[in-house]
Design a protein around this ligand. Structure first.
Ligand SMILES: C[S@@+](CC[C@H](N)C(=O)[O-])C[C@H]1O[C@@H](n2cnc3c(N)ncnc32)[C@H](O)[C@@H]1O
Length: 250
C-alpha cells in the first residue's frame, strides 16, 4: 500500500496489489466488454500506458462545478477548520490538483485508487504546484480498494465519487454488492456533518433509486441535481448526508 504522508487516520486493511480508460476506449467497449470497467486489470493497463506528466483526464465533468459545491460545504463547516476530503477512485482526474492549488481554505485531500500508477501521476502533479491554495493544505495518496478502505470511522467532511461507482456497477455478477460495500465504506468515513457527492451520467430515475436501495440500512438521505449538460447528455450530482436523529424526550 502506498501511503504518502501518514496523518494518523488510517486503519489496517488487507493490501491490494496495484493497477487502468478514457472515453474513447469506453465507447469502443462492446456490451460484452463493458464489465471490464469493474476490473483492476482494465484500469491498470490504461494507466500503465500513460506517462508521468501526461495531462489529467476527467470523466463526465470538469471538476469546477464540483469544487463550487465543495467550497460551499467548507464555508458551512467553518472555514478556519481543516476540511478533510477524499477523491474515491481518483484516477487521473484534476479534481485533487485543483482543490490543492485553488481552494483558499486549509484542506487535507486523500486521493484513493487501486492503481498505483494513477496515484503516482497525482503525486507528481501535486509536487509541481508552485503555490498551494492554502499553506496548511496537504495531499495524500493511498492505494486501496474502495470496498475496504484503510481509514478510521467518522473522519471525513466530504467523500467525492466521480465515476467510480459507475465503474463498479458494470460487474454483472458482483456489481451491486461492490457498490453496496463502497457506499457503506463512504458512510462509515463521514463525520456527523459529512457529505457524499457522487457524479454520474445516470439519470435520477435510475440512480437515485439504486442509491436508496443499496443504502436502505444506512443512515443516508439522498438528493440529486443536474450539474452540467453537453448537448442532450446530462450529468448529475447525487448528494447524501447522514441523518441525524435528535434525542427524543422521554
Ligand atoms: C471512471 S474512472 C473515474 C476516475 C476519476 N474519478 C474521474 O472523475 O476522472 C473510475 C476510477 O475508479 C478506480 N476504481 C475502480 N474500481 C475501484 C476499486 N474497487 N477500488 C479502487 N479504485 C477503483 C479506477 O482505477 C478508475 O481510476
Amino acid at each position: 500500500m502506498l501511503f504518502v504522508g501518514h496523518v494518523g487516520v488510517y486503519r489496517h486493511v488487507r493490501t491490494h496489489r496495484v493497477i487502468i480508460a478514457n472515453c474513447r476506449e469506453y465507447s469502443r467497449l462492446t456490451d460484452n466488454d463493458i464489465g471490464k470497467l469493474a476490473t483492476r486489470a482494465f484500469w491498470k493497463e490504461k494507466y500503465s500506458r500513460s506517462n508521468l506528466n501526461e495531462s489529467t483526464f476527467d470523466w463526465f465533468v470538469e471538476p469546477d462545478d464540483v469544487i463550487k459545491e465543495i467550497e460551499s460545504r467548507i464555508l458551512k463547516s467553518g472555514s478556519h477548520k481543516l476540511f478533510r476530503i477524499m477523491d474515491i477512485g481518483c484516477g487521473t482526474s484534476s479534481l485533487a490538483l485543483k482543490l490543492y492549488s485553488q481552494v483558499n481554505n486549509p484542506i487535507e485531500i486523500h486521493c484513493v485508487d487501486f492503481v498505483h500508477e494513477a496515484l503516482g501521476q497525482q503525486k507528481n502533479w501535486s509536487e509541481q504546484v508552485l503555490t498551494k491554495g492554502h499553506p496548511f493544505t496537504s495531499s495524500h495518496f493511498v492505494v486501496a480498494d474502495v470496498c475496504h478502505l484503510p481509514y478510521r470511522n467518522g473522519i471525513f467532511d466530504c467523500v467525492v465519487d466521480k465515476g467510480t461507482m459507475d465503474a463498479l456497477v458494470k460487474d454483472r455478477i458482483l456489481g451491486e454488492e461492490k457498490c453496496r460495500k463502497m457506499l457503506s465504506e463512504m458512510e462509515r468515513l463521514l463525520n456527523q456533518n459529512g457529505t457524499i457527492l457522487q457524479i454520474s451520467d445516470e439519470h435520477p430515475e435510475v440512480r437515485q433509486q439504486l442509491l436508496e436501495t443499496l443504502t436502505q440500512n444506512n443512515c443516508l438521505t439522498w438528493s440529486s441535481s443536474c450539474i452540467s449538460s453537453f448537448g442532450n447528455i446530462e450529468y448529475f450530482m447525487y448528494t447524501a448526508r447522514l441523518e441525524t436523529h435528535l434525542p427524543t424526550d422521554s
